[in-house]
Write a protein that binds this ligand. Structure first.
Ligand SMILES: [Zn+2]
Length: 128
């Protein structure tokens, strides 16, 4: 096996990427015990249904906390209690951060894959 300058540089890059990847993996696994909710928090305004209420003229009631969840690729809004907002917001944020971590992992994996291909090409020999 040749040990060109380029190959040495690839090894160093892969080493650093793996280190970064390992950190992300452990961060992700440490997230799990806190719990996550796959949703986004939003506030909605509603009409109450009384014909004499100001809400019929556009001044709707609210804001009421709710979460948007995807059920079978369909957006659904679920109302939540005000007392649960902080807890749910925390879990929604953790889900988002987990997803971000997975996306970072994917980018790192692609970089490593590309470097390994370069390393292979660097060491390819002609058929004798
Ligand atoms: Zn009303």
């Amino acid at each position: 096996m040749k040990s060109s300058k380029k190959f040495t540089s690839i090894r160093q890059q892969v080493y650093l990427l793996l280190k970064e990847m390992t950190k992300i993996i452990w961060d992700l696994l440490n997230f799990l015990p806190a719990g996550m909710i796959a949703a986004s928090l939003s506030y909605v305004y509603r009409r109450c249904g009384k014909t004499t209420c100001k809400c019929t003229k556009g001044e709707k009631h609210g804001p009421y906390p709710s979460i948007q969840i995807n059920v079978k690729n369909k957006k659904t809004i679920k109302m939540i209690k005000k007392n649960d907002v902080d807890e749910i917001e925390k879990k929604v944020t953790q889900y988002k951060e987990y997803q971000d971590g997975l996306a970072k992992m994917n980018k790192l994996y692609k970089k490593i894959h590309k470097l390994l291909q370069e390393a292979r090409d660097e060491n390819l020999e002609e058929c004798p």
